[in-house]
Design a protein around this ligand. Sequence first.
Ligand code: AMP
Ligand code: ZN
Length: 114
Amino acid sequence: MTDCIFCKIVAGEIPARIVFEDDAVLAFEDLNPQAPTHVLVIPKKHIATLNDLSPEDAPVIGAMTRAAAAIARERGFAEDGYRTVMNCNQGGGQTVYHIHMHVLAGRALSWPPG
Ligand code: AMP
Ligand code: ZN
């Protein structure tokens, strides 16, 4: 999708600090980190919101989750713990309309979120 900032990162048209990549997903450092580790894991395919998932997207959601866990493990947070978040639409706090999984770690994370 030409107008999507995350599609542009996938295409290499705008820079990002990429930390993981495979056929289906890309992970990069969040531009405005909310924790010492704040990585975004995205599908390479443009999917605007969680509401737009179709049955054939199930593998890519699995790949995103596995990538998030691998990043947390690599950074030493697997045992202590970390948080994954996917915001959906305005009420959920979504600002970029290409689905992404936030991976947050490295500080105390309270519950419930704001
Ligand atoms: P959300 O509010 O859940 O849609 O999260 C969007 C996230 O994307 C925010 O945490 C932003 O800081 C982050 N973000 C926006 N533009 C970029 C970019 N060009 N590179 C990295 N992260 C970005
Ligand atoms: Zn996109």
